[in-house]
Each structure stands twice: as C-alpha cells, then as structure tokens.
Design a protein around this ligand. Structure first.
Ligand SMILES: Cc1cc2nc3c(=O)[nH]c(=O)nc-3n(C[C@H](O)[C@H](O)[C@H](O)COP(=O)(O)OP(=O)(O)OC[C@H]3O[C@@H](n4cnc5c(N)ncnc54)[C@H](O)[C@@H]3O)c2cc1C
Length: 290
C-alpha cells in the first residue's frame, strides 16, 4: 500500500527549482509515474522514503521538441507517444523512434517520459543505446546552477547517476546526424510486447565507398549499464563492409560483453545470441552495401 504522500503541481521551472532547493522532506519528481508509482506500490527501497512528489507535467520548459542551430532539443517530460509522433524525430532520429516504439504498451507510452527512462539508470532502459549513438547531452538545472553533460558521463553505474537531490533534467539535446548516416536498433525481450529487455543494441555509421568512415555502437540490458564500445568503434573504422568483416565484428562484440560482465552460468547461451543479434543489426544497417 502507498503511504500518504503530498503531491505538488508547480506551474513553471522556477517553482520546481525552488521546491527542490527546500529541505522539505524526501522530495521526488514525478513525470509519467510508470516507474515511480509501480515502485511505491511494491514498496521498492528506491522510493520507500518518498514524502513529497513534484509533478512536472504542467511545466512548459520540460515539454516540447524543437530543432535549432544544428541540434534537436527534446523536453525531458516528453512522452514516448509525443516522441514517436514527432516529425523531427521521424526524419532525423529514426533509431530513437524505433527504440521508443518497443517500450511497454500504448498506455505506457502515452504516460512514460524520456528522462524518466534514464534518470534511474536501470540497465534495461530502452532509449539509452539510441541516445548514446546519437551523442545525446542532457541539460540539468538546480536553483543555483545549470550544466550540460553527455549522457554517457551522466550514467555512472547501475541505478547511479550524476543527478543531485536538488536537480532536475530539463532537456535532452542531440546534434542533427549527417544525412548519409545509417543505423538500426534491436531489442530482445522474453516476449514480443510489454517485455523487459534482455539485450539491446544500437548502431549508427557513415560509409564512404563501402568503408566505415565512422561507427557508433551502444548496448543496453546485456551490459551493467548502457554503454558505448570505443575499442570496437576504433577497430571498425576504415574497414571495408563485407559479410566476413561483419562476422568478425560480431565475434569481437561477444569478447567485449564478456570483458564487461565476466563469465556467468548463462554465458554459454548468451554469447552466441549476442553475437548473432549484433551480426543481424550490422547486416540490416548495411544491407544496401552487402
Ligand atoms: C508495464 C510496464 C512496461 C514497461 N516497459 C518498458 C520497456 O519496454 N522499456 C523501458 O525502457 N521501460 C519500460 N517500463 C519502465 C518505464 O515505463 C520507463 O522507464 C519510463 O520511461 C519511465 O518514465 P516516467 O515518466 O513514467 O518516470 P517516473 O515514474 O515519473 O519517474 C521515474 C524516475 O525518474 C525521475 N524523474 C522523472 N523525470 C525526471 C526529470 N525530468 N528530472 C529528474 N528526475 C526525473 C523520478 O523522480 C523517478 O525517480 C515499463 C513500465 C511498466 C509499468
């Protein structure tokens, strides 16, 4: 049972920052509530001490999606449905759109927000690999400070981030990817719908005369937190895209995953699945060139 909790409904960002800076009990932001309400009902340790919820749904500064000066800016409290239907996202960020479409059910996507997805840094947060390959940065504000850092820096360890108690994530910014970039997103869950991810990958790359000019690779769920693979990216740069090379890269991805997670009882099963999935995403991203 959820114990009695005060709910505040500030009308603008200044009000939110004022409330966050006060020492009035254990404060927590609520956006879609799809994580926090479930957690409260289950008496999860992450939320059990919550005394006050700050509902940010009326705050215009954390809503809306726009494009200016070569960047796309997504309000932290944009729902997945808003992101999925947005024309800028459809045109410029197809990997994010594909990731968003796999989340929960329509009802969940109508409520759940993008910042709510990564603020707790759960390994299975499905937007994280897509945001990582797009080099997303996030704007964070408190009453006395404003900073913008990369998502990779923000995510520090399972369920640990850089966010301080008096801070809110306000926007997610993404440099518009060059037009010739190609890529894909892949999610494996235990079933087709409303499934927690077991393995996710996102890949974004630029090919020049069938050689990899730039490649960005990120995982989620299969690694302790969503992460980029800089060694693999360096290895792949300049290489010609053909079936043999994609198989080599997929094998190397298996080695990287073992390095990050260590050998487990499930590795014997998981390793070939990871390699096959990664090979399939590379094939689908580059299929015009094979
Ligand atoms: C049935 C079901 C299915 C689901 N399926 C998936 C799935 O397939 N993939 C997936 O990735 N997730 C899934 N989820 C998890 C959840 O829906 C998502 O993680 C969602 O993005 C959470 O967003 P929210 O707005 O509802 O977060 P909330 O519950 O409102 O908040 C979550 C956390 O983020 C904090 N927070 C929210 N916004 C901000 C902000 N702007 N600044 C600072 N802190 C903030 C809150 O304080 C809280 O700690 C599922 C959940 C349910 C219940």
């Amino acid at each position: 049972m959820i114990s009695s909790i005060e709910i505040l409904t500030p009308k603008n960002l200044n009000e939110v920052l004022g409330i966050l800076s006060s020492n009035g009990g254990d404060l927590r932001i609520i956006a879609g509530g799809t994580d926090i309400v479930t957690g409260l009902k289950q008496e999860s340790n992450r939320f059990i001490k919550t005394e006050v919820l700050i509902d940010i749904n009326r705050v215009a500064e954390v809503k809306g999606i726009g494009q200016a000066n070569g960047r796309i800016s997504i309000g932290a409290a944009s729902t997945f449905t808003e992101i999925y239907k947005n024309q800028i996202v459809s045109k410029e960020l197809p990997i994010l759109k594909k990731a968003v479409a796999t989340i929960g059910s329509l009802q969940i996507r109508n409520r759940a927000t993008i910042a709510g997805n990564f603020v707790n840094n759960a390994p299975c947060a499905d937007t994280v690999p897509a945001l990582l390959v797009y080099n997303a940065t996030i704007e964070i504000e408190s009453i006395n400070s404003k900073r913008e850092i990369s998502l990779q820096e923000f995510l520090q360890g399972p369920y640990i981030t850089q966010l301080k108690k008096d801070e809110i994530v306000t926007r997610i910014n993404i440099p518009v990817p060059p037009e010739n970039f190609i890529g894909d997103f892949y999610k494996l869950g235990r079933r087709q719908a409303v499934a927690i991810s077991r393995i996710t990958f996102a890949v974004l790359m630029e090919l020049e005369k069938n050689k990899i000019n730039e490649i960005r690779i990120a995982s989620g769920a299969v690694t302790p937190i969503g992460t980029r693979f800089s060694e693999l990216e360096k290895f792949a740069k300049g290489k010609e895209v053909n079936n043999n090379f994609l198989k080599t890269l997929a094998c190397k991805m298996g080695d990287e995953i073992i390095k990050l997670t260590g050998l487990r009882w499930s590795s014997e099963y998981k390793l070939p699945v990871v390699q096959q999935m990664f090979y399939q995403i590379l094939r689908s991203a580059t299929k015009k060139n094979l």
